[in-house]
Design a protein around this ligand. Sequence first.
Ligand code: SF4
Ligand code: SF4
Length: 382
Amino acid sequence: MAKVALCACPDYNPDNVASAVDRAVTLCGGIERFVRPGQRVLLKPNMLSAAPLERRVTTDPAVVRAVGKLVLKAGGRIIIGDSPAIDKVSRISRVNGIKEVAVELGADLIEFCRPTLVKTPRGSIYHALELEETVLNADVVINLPKLKTHCMMLLTMGVKNLFGAVVGPRKSQWHMHAGTDRIMFADLLLDICRTLKPALTILDGVWGMQGRGPNNGTPCHLGFLAASCDPLAMDLAIAPLLGVHPASFPLYNAAVRRGLARSDGSGTQMLGDDPKAIFPKDFQLPVLESVMPMPGFLSGLIRRHLTSRPVQDPDLCRDCGKCAAVCPPESLRFVAAHRAVIDHLTCIRCYCCQEVCPADAIHFKTGALVGIVERLRAVMPY
Ligand code: SF4
Ligand code: SF4
């Protein structure tokens, strides 16, 4: 049975974080169960963008430090790495303090840039994937996600954090491939997770992000850390505690359909502190839109007029060009300084432009279809 340890942690005071991490890992069997002397241990925090720490976009350095110290105690050698969609690890880690922690731990801090083709395990949807060589070659992978909302996948936690092992521009290609199909994208995330098999996942939920995550939401104090050997079990156990209706969580739908999770949520044992004492009642989730399969011309019209669509605010734009660079179908282009036009017919609603915008200048305008679905959801029982 999968175990998920939940430990209260009020703030990022180093002693509080060290004690919560230690307790959570002990509940999972102790660090010696995962790391043996001399092993190369890859720590994979969320390093999405170079946002100041108080915006809670990235895994807090206090968590990376506490986990790193446990790894050193067990005799492991540490590598810290990620592949941000658009920025550089060197800049992000300087801004959020992870670079300082890497120096303190004597760890190598790397940008993933070596995509390697790897066969996926039996039962996968994709037969082979291109993933970062350093992650594939590590003796042990420890996954360090940040708890945030996600405008495309509803939430990003343990499973989604491993998408960082897809190297830079190849992320856009996968978005293009999955298009608006969230289940297809969830299938990809599940295959990445099953291929990388992180030994341990430790979720930073001390401060999370709610609303329009994963880059432009609002910080939300949750006050916990969680640990598990099974990132999928962890995500599916924590989502309902945040008020998520299972059927609206793409990862849940994909996992249940593939027999990787039970629809009644059984098969997971919660350890540690009482979730009722931790989780807020009013966590703000983003609204997901959906475009049902239908004839191309109808789908285009419905997508254009009834579904949510990205709009850019020229007054907030800093002209950095990141949104145009990341757009998989090249639907977004600049017609003048600060002013972008978006072709809503070819736009696949991947939310990448909103995710990378450092100025919060791209919003999704709610479509009429979303309003109808939300009203129906409000009057329908679970
Ligand atoms: S909209 Fe945002 S991402 Fe795009 S150029 Fe302006 S500031 Fe940069
Ligand atoms: S405009 Fe934005 S949401 Fe649309 S495809 Fe491009 S990056 Fe994705």
